[in-house]
Every structure is written in structure tokens, then in C-alpha cells.
Design a protein around this ligand. Structure first.
Ligand SMILES: *[C@@H]1O[C@H](CO)[C@@H](O)[C@H](O)[C@H]1NC(C)=O
Ligand SMILES: *[C@@H]1O[C@H](CO)[C@@H](O)[C@H](O)[C@H]1NC(C)=O
Ligand SMILES: *[C@@H]1O[C@H](CO)[C@@H](O)[C@H](O)[C@H]1NC(C)=O
Ligand SMILES: *[C@@H]1O[C@H](CO)[C@@H](O)[C@H](O)[C@H]1NC(C)=O
Length: 388
């Protein structure tokens, strides 16, 4: 009897350990790893590493960051897991390690994350020339530099890199959001910020083409989140003009229109890239509409406190203050249940919101073509998948 029970427990344990066995995402098993570029929506510890000697430690390196899942700050800008973590879980691979955190011991075949909090698609010098100040110099170009550094130190032959890249899901983004947020934070006009949208798209396009040249065969490119629903931007642009706000979501219309226009241009560029590289699967991930689900009806998804007010902050109408961020000693207005909030700290989402977005993407609801179909693209025949 004891034996039987433990056997059952073991089977249940396996199902939980390997979510793929228990769900319908079997087709996604064709990836061995994830390679990712991006900003704080995706960073699993690079900025944490870059700022490790800073005293006092940066806001995101303190509790309550990480409280819900990891029970300690990991460098993720959330209370728990991010979209990339949920994708990794569904692939049955370990959570993707931050490149800088483990240069020497990153188990390369398990994937690697180059995303850095605060990172921009454009070179900070370019933005600075436009009068836009950034807080980090780790741009997409810098991340590509690390990527090449990693390839050259890992692969004995170019074919080895090619094989690794072909069996990886390459995530290019979300990136570009900060280029615009820095612009808006600096009181630049919408026209000014719009003037460098084409440059942002060029930068992302170049990065995609570069990873394709190294052998990437499946690339997922997320678009912009609805910036008009960002707690931080809602706070900065708080005004009494009712016509600026969407009556259902409470988001700022012109800012959401900005994101929509950008996403349209990004998709046009991806369309061009698909024509240039017909053998590569390039997938647009519609973060905008995936997130819009909970902005349109927060209660449906359990966000009973609404989707706009931050869980953790220093008070104010949206519980967000520019100079008193979650994690700072004065930001004491911390919710007791982050799962009923979508906004974590005003700039980033809660684990619950990330989970919803990731689940939607994994079901193919907001990816074009649908993410689950990505595995019908053939893998290099000499690769052994029986280990997954
Ligand atoms: C960023 O700047 C610092 C010092 O200014 C420098 O040491 C570092 O190498 C730069 N990082 C990147 C990714 O360019
Ligand atoms: C932006 O403008 C607001 C109001 O005009 C001002 O309070 C704020 O300091 C300005 N911010 C920057 C970064 O210049
Ligand atoms: C995806 O779309 C299907 C069909 O509309 C729906 O039943 C399902 O709940 C959606 N999944 C998510 C996570 O939004
Ligand atoms: C794949 O790996 C398994 C065990 O790791 C081995 O038995 C099998 O021969 C390998 N197949 C190929 C085609 O290399």
C-alpha cells in the first residue's frame, strides 16, 4: 500500500515537474533552449549583476521583488516569474539564465538571456543626440556584442553554433519600449518621440538579421505594450482632460495610438524580413492585445483592484511616484495580494499578469503565425531530441 501510494505520488510529481506531459503544449518540445534579447520585461538578472556593487543597492534588488515565487530578489522586475520564465517552463527547460550572472558556468545548451533592465533598441549616444537621456548603456547592440562573444567562446566550429541556434527559440524583445518611455519622461513631444520610431525598427530589424545570419531559424518578436495603460505614464501625464482617456480602460488614448502605430510599422518590417528569409520562421507576438485583455476586463482575470494601480509603490492616485519606487525604503504602500493586481511597480507587471500574457501566447492566441505551429518547421536532422 505504501509502495502504491508513493508510486502514485511519483507519477503526480512527474506530471508537475514536466508541465508538458500534463498540458497540450507538446508541440513546443522541439526547442532545446531560448536565447533572448530585451529589457526589464525579460531581464532575469543582467542588470542585477551590473549593479551588484552599488550602495545602496538598486530598488529592484530588494524585497518585495521576487517575494511571490523565488522568495528573494533575483533581478527580475516583478514579484515572480516573467513571460520568458513561463515559456521556458512550458518547453520543459530550466529558467533561462542571465548571461552576465553566469558567464563562466552558464550551461550554454540550456539557453541564455541577454536582456537588460532599462535597455534601449537604439544606441544611447543616438538618443542623447536627440536630447533623450537613458539610464543604462546596455543597448540592443551591446546585447548582440555579448551574443557574439558567447558564440565565439562556446563553439569550436561555426556548424556547432548553427545547430545550437537552429534548435533555439530566439526572442528579440520586447525592446524599444524604453526608447519611447525615456523620451516621454523627458517631456519630449509625441512628434519628437515619433521621429525616432523608424530608427528603433531598423535597430530591431538589424538584430534579427544578424541572429539569422548566425543560424537562427525561429525568431519571436514581441511588439510594444499599450504604453497608454502604463501606470508610470498615466502618472506622468495625469491631467483633467477627460477626452484623453478611454472610458472603458482608463488608459490614455494618444499613447495607446502611439503604440499601435509603432506595432503596425514593426509588423510591416517583419513582413519584409519574412520575404528576405523565407526559410526562417518569424513570429510577431502581440503583447499589446494580449495585455489589452486584462485592461478591458480586469475582473474577468481576477485583477479585482483594476489593472492600472500598482501593487507596490509610494502612494498617489496610481500608487506610483517617479522618485520613490517599489523597493525604496519610503515606498511602503505594498499590497498584500499581488495576484489581484496587473501592475507590479508601475513600470512592470505582476507574475499573474505575465502568466496570463504567456499563456495566451503559448496557446497561439496573440502570435502570428500561432506559436504552437512553430514546431512544424523542420529541425536539422542530425540533432538528437530524445533527451528532452
Ligand atoms: C557601459 O559603460 C561603462 C562605464 O561607462 C563601461 O564600463 C561598460 O563597458 C559599458 N557597457 C556596455 C555594454 O557598453
Ligand atoms: C516635465 O514637465 C513637468 C511639468 O511641466 C515638470 O514638473 C517636470 O520636472 C519636467 N520633467 C523633466 C524631466 O524635465
Ligand atoms: C485563447 O483563445 C481561445 C479561443 O478564443 C480561448 O478559448 C482561450 O481561453 C484563449 N486562451 C487564453 C489564455 O487567453
Ligand atoms: C539519441 O540519444 C540516445 C540516448 O541519449 C541514443 O540512444 C540514440 O542512439 C541517439 N540517436 C541518435 C540519432 O544520435
Amino acid at each position: 500500500m505504501v509502495f502504491c501510494l508513493s508510486k502514485i505520488a511519483f507519477i503526480i510529481f512527474l506530471v508537475f515537474l514536466n508541465p508538458i506531459e500534463g498540458r497540450r503544449l507538446i508541440s513546443l518540445r522541439c526547442f532545446n533552449s531560448i536565447i533572448s534579447f530585451g529589457d526589464s520585461l525579460t531581464d532575469t538578472g543582467n542588470e542585477f549583476y551590473l549593479t551588484r556593487y552599488r550602495n545602496p543597492s538598486p530598488y529592484f534588488a530588494r524585497l518585495p521583488y521576487g517575494e511571490t515565487f523565488f522568495h528573494r530578489p533575483t533581478g527580475r522586475f516583478s514579484n515572480g516569474r516573467l513571460i520568458i520564465d513561463f515559456i521556458a517552463e512550458s518547453l520543459g527547460i530550466p529558467l533561462v539564465p542571465a548571461y552576465l550572472g553566469g558567464k563562466d558556468n552558464v550551461k550554454f545548451p540550456q539557453g541564455v538571456n541577454f536582456a537588460v533592465g532599462g535597455s534601449t533598441a537604439l544606441d544611447p549616444a543616438y538618443l542623447s543626440n536627440k536630447g533623450v537621456k537613458t539610464t543604462t548603456n546596455a543597448s540592443l547592440v551591446a546585447q548582440l556584442g555579448w551574443f557574439k562573444e558567447m558564440l565565439s567562446s562556446h563553439c569550436k566550429f561555426p556548424s556547432e553554433c548553427k545547430e545550437f541556434l537552429q534548435n533555439s527559440l530566439i526572442l528579440v524583445g520586447e525592446i524599444g519600449g524604453n526608447d519611447f518611455i525615456y523620451g516621454f519622461f523627458g517631456n519630449n513631444t509625441k512628434e519628437k518621440v515619433e521621429s525616432y520610431v523608424p530608427a528603433v525598427i531598423n535597430s530591431i530589424s538589424s538584430a534579427i538579421q544578424e541572429v539569422i545570419e548566425f543560424g537562427a531559424s525561429r525568431v519571436v518578436v514581441p511588439g510594444s505594450m499599450p504604453l497608454g495603460c502604463s501606470t508610470a505614464l498615466l502618472t506622468i501625464f495625469m491631467d483633467s482632460n477627460k477626452e484623453d482617456y478611454d472610458p472603458i480602460t482608463g488608459c490614455i488614448n494618444w499613447l495607446n495610438q502611439f503604440s499601435k502605430n509603432y506595432n503596425k510599422l514593426l509588423q510591416m518590417e517583419l513582413h519584409l524580413l519574412k520575404q528576405l528569409h523565407p526559410s526562417v520562421t518569424i513570429i510577431y507576438a502581440d503583447y499589446y492585445n494580449a495585455a489589452m485583455q486584462f485592461y478591458l476586463s480586469p475582473n474577468t482575470y481576477g485583477f479585482t483592484k483594476g489593472a492600472l494601480v500598482a501593487c507596490c509603490g509610494a502612494g498617489g492616485p496610481y500608487n506610483y511616484k517617479l522618485f520613490e519606487l517599489c523597493g525604496d525604503p519610503t515606498a511602503r504602500n505594498i499590497c498584500s495580494d499581488p495576484s489581484i493586481y496587473a501592475s507590479w511597480d508601475g513600470m512592470h507587471f505582476t507574475e499573474a499578469a505575465y502568466k496570463l500574457i504567456a499563456t495566451s501566447l503559448l496557446e497561439g492566441n496573440f502570435t502570428f503565425p500561432p506559436l504552437p505551429k512553430i514546431c512544424s518547421t523542420s529541425l536539422s536532422p542530425n540533432v538528437n531530441h530524445s533527451d528532452s
